[in-house]
Design a protein around this ligand. Structure first.
Ligand SMILES: NC(=O)C1=CN([C@@H]2O[C@H](COP(=O)(O)OP(=O)(O)OC[C@H]3O[C@@H](n4cnc5c(N)ncnc54)[C@H](OP(=O)(O)O)[C@@H]3O)[C@@H](O)[C@H]2O)C=CC1
Ligand SMILES: O=CC(=O)O
Length: 324
C-alpha cells in the first residue's frame, strides 16, 4: 500500500502526478483547526504532509500520530514546531537554494524602488500629476556606491551582496552569528556588530529567519541608531522588526524610508498605518514569486517528500538528526 499524504497547496498537474505515483494523496485547502476536525480520519492515517503557509504545531502533530515527514514549499520553516517534530522523529524538509537568486532580486527591487520612489512617482504619473518638467519634490536618493548593511549573510544575503557590490559598487557591511569568508573574499564584505551595522548602513537589508533570537531584533532602540537618511529593507520575516516601532520611526523621520516584503500579520491588514506612509514600499510577500522559481520550489518539495518517506534524504533537511 502506498503511504497516505495530505497536500495543502495546489500543485501543477505534472507535479501532482509525480506525488500520485508514490503516494495516496488527498488535497485539502489548508491546515486550519477546522480542517483538522473535518478530516480527522485522514490525518490519523497521514504519513506525509506537503504544502506551505500553515502552522504545524504540537496541536496539529497530535492529530497525525503516523506522520513521518513534512515537506514545506518554502525555505523558511518558522511555521513548524521543530522541537516537537524532533521528539516525534518527524523529518522536516524545505526548499533552500532554488529561490535564493529570485529573493535577492526582490530585495534589490525594494532597495531601488524605495530609494528612487519608483512606486510613488509612477502613481503620480498615472494620476495625471506630471504636467511640467519635474522638480526636487519628485527626486529620490542614489543607490550606487552607498553602504549596504546586510543582516543575515546566508544564501540570500550572499546573493544580495553580489548584486549590490558588483552591480552597484556598494561597500558591504554585514552581521550574522559567524563570519562568512566567502562574502569577505568575493565582496570585501566587512563583518561588524549589530550596533555598527545600524549606525553605518545607508541600506539595512534584513534576510534573517524568524527565531526566538531574531524576533523583534529591530525595535525602537535599534531604529534610533540608524542614520536619518537610511532605508530599511525587510524580506526575512515580518516579526524580526517591531512593526509599531517601525511605523513610529517612519512617521517621525528617525529613518528615511522602508521597503517591506514581509509583515507581522500577513496578509497586511488594509487599514495598516504602513499603507498610509508615502515613504513605504509594501509588497505582498513576493520574494520568490516568479513562475520559474515557484515551480522549482514545488518540484523540490515533491522530490523532498518522496526522498524522506523512502528514507533516502540527501539534502534539504532541516532536522537531519532525526534520521540517525
Ligand atoms: N520574502 C520572501 O519571500 C522570502 C523570505 N525568506 C526568508 O529569508 C530567510 C533566510 O533565508 P536563507 O538566506 O536561505 O537562509 P540562511 O539560513 O542561508 O541564512 C540565514 C542567515 O541568518 C543568520 N542568522 C540567523 N540567526 C541569527 C541571529 N540570531 N543573529 C544574526 N544572524 C542570524 C544566519 O547566520 P549564520 O550564517 O551566522 O548562521 C545566516 O547568515 C528565510 O529563513 C526566510 O525567513 C526566504 C525566502 C523568501
Ligand atoms: O518566505 C518564503 C520562504 O520560502 O521562506
Amino acid at each position: 500500500m502506498k503511504p497516505e499524504v495530505v497536500l495543502y497547496k495546489s500543485l501543477p498537474d505534472e507535479l501532482r502526478a509525480r506525488l500520485d505515483e508514490h503516494f495516496t494523496v488527498t488535497a485539502i485547502k489548508s491546515l486550519t483547526p477546522e480542517s483538522l476536525e473535518e478530516h480527522a480520519e485522514l490525518f490519523a492515517r497521514a504519513e506525509g504532509i506537503i504544502g506551505s503557509s500553515c502552522k504545524v504545531d504540537e496541536a496539529v502533530l497530535e492529530k497525525m500520530p503516523k506522520l513521518r515527514a513534512a515537506s514545506t514549499i518554502s525555505v523558511g520553516y518558522d511555521n513548524f514546531d521543530v522541537d516537537a517534530m524532533n521528539q516525534r522523529g518527524i523529518v522536516l524538509m524545505h526548499t533552500p537554494t532554488v529561490l535564493t537568486e529570485t529573493v535577492a532580486d526582490t530585495m534589490m527591487a525594494l532597495v531601488l524602488s524605495s530609494a528612487r520612489r519608483v512606486v510613488e512617482v509612477a502613481e503620480r504619473v498615472k494620476a495625471g500629476e506630471w504636467q511640467r518638467s519635474i522638480g526636487p519634490d519628485w527626486f529620490g536618493i542614489d543607490v550606487h556606491h552607498k553602504k549596504m548593511g546586510i543582516l543575515g549573510m546566508g544564501r540570500i544575503g550572499l546573493a544580495l551582496a553580489q548584486r549590490a557590490h558588483h552591480g552597484f559598487g556598494m561597500p558591504i557591511l554585514y552581521n550574522a552569528r559567524k563570519h562568512h569568508e566567502e562574502a569577505e573574499a568575493r565582496f570585501n564584505a566587512q563583518y561588524c556588530d549589530l550596533d555598527t551595522l545600524l549606525q553605518e548602513s545607508d541600506f539595512l537589508c534584513i534576510s534573517l529567519p524568524l527565531t526566538e533570537q531574531t524576533h523583534h531584533m529591530i525595535g525602537r532602540e535599534q531604529l534610533a541608531k540608524m542614520k536619518p537618511s537610511a532605508i530599511l529593507i525587510n524580506a526575512g520575516r515580518g516579526p524580526v522588526v517591531d512593526e509599531q516601532a517601525l511605523i513610529a520611526a517612519l512617521k517621525d523621520k528617525t529613518i528615511h524610508a522602508a521597503g517591506l516584503d514581509v509583515f507581522e500579520q500577513e496578509p497586511l491588514p488594509a487599514d495598516s498605518a504602513l499603507l498610509k506612509l508615502p515613504n513605504v514600499v509594501a509588497l505582498p510577500h513576493i520574494g520568490s514569486a516568479t513562475h520559474e522559481t515557484r515551480y522549482g520550489m514545488a518540484r523540490d518539495a515533491v522530490e523532498n517528500l518522496i526522498a524522506a518517506l523512502a528514507g533516502k534524504v540527501e539534502k534539504n533537511c532541516v532536522n537531519p538528526q532525526v534520521l540517525r
